[in-house]
Design a protein around this ligand. Structure first.
Ligand SMILES: [Zn+2]
Length: 207
């Protein structure tokens, strides 16, 4: 299990959905489900079992505020949740954005995830039993005095990762991705940060 949780890879389609849904509702928070699977991957010369985020689904019925986001329509939420295993997808957890603040979990986030973790406990439609993945995406607006070329760029950090998107010559967004596994340990809720791994970005830049 320890090896599996060290790296969380984000596939291209999933990544684009995370970026677009975070920018769309800025300066409010977005939220949605994350689905994925196991992969084998050689990282720094070592073969590892990793988890890949393959699909992100933003919840259209969520109530979005600048400092919080909630389920909104409980029945709609449950319909989506129940559809996930029917489509042969495995739930990894959820994602949400933090406009203007850090890509880390707040106390409120931990309380919410604790409840969600209890709901999914032991269910086989979850890829990793009793572990919940939460991706937190911080977003900040950038206003440029001088014109910049539109496009996007990427930077790796030891565990988090950062993306800058310039949507016009004077406006861009900085997005930082943080990944956390949340689990129960002796009845207490704990978190451990995982490494966000996006190797295909390098292929993209070498085109
Ligand atoms: Zn949060």
């Amino acid at each position: 299990m320890k090896d599996k949780i060290n790296y969380v890879m984000i596939d291209p389609d999933c990544f684009y959905c995370l970026v677009l849904s975070t920018i769309e509702v800025f300066n409010r928070e977005t939220t949605g489900f994350l689905m994925g699977n196991y992969r084998k991957r050689t990282i720094n010369g070592e073969k590892r079992n990793i988890v890949a985020c393959e699909v992100a689904y933003p919840l259209q019925t969520a109530y979005r505020n600048p400092t919080s986001v909630t389920k909104g329509n409980e029945r709609a939420f449950e319909r989506v949740r129940a559809t996930i295993p029917s489509m042969n997808l495995f739930l990894l957890g959820e994602y949400h954005s933090h406009p203007f603040t850090d890509a880390s979990l707040t106390r409120d986030d931990m309380d919410y995830i604790k409840d969600r973790l209890e709901q999914i406990y032991g269910k086989k439609e979850n890829l990793i039993k009793n572990y919940w993945l939460e991706l937190v995406i911080s977003i900040n607006k950038k206003i440029y005095k001088k014109p910049h070329e539109i496009g996007w760029s990427w930077r790796d950090y030891p565990q988090k990762a950062k993306c800058n998107v310039k949507i016009n010559p004077y406006l861009g967004y900085d997005l930082t991705f943080g990944g956390y596994w949340v689990f129960k340990d002796n009845g207490k809720i704990r978190k451990t940060q995982t490494t966000i791994y996006i190797p295909w970005v390098k292929d993209y830049w070498s085109w």
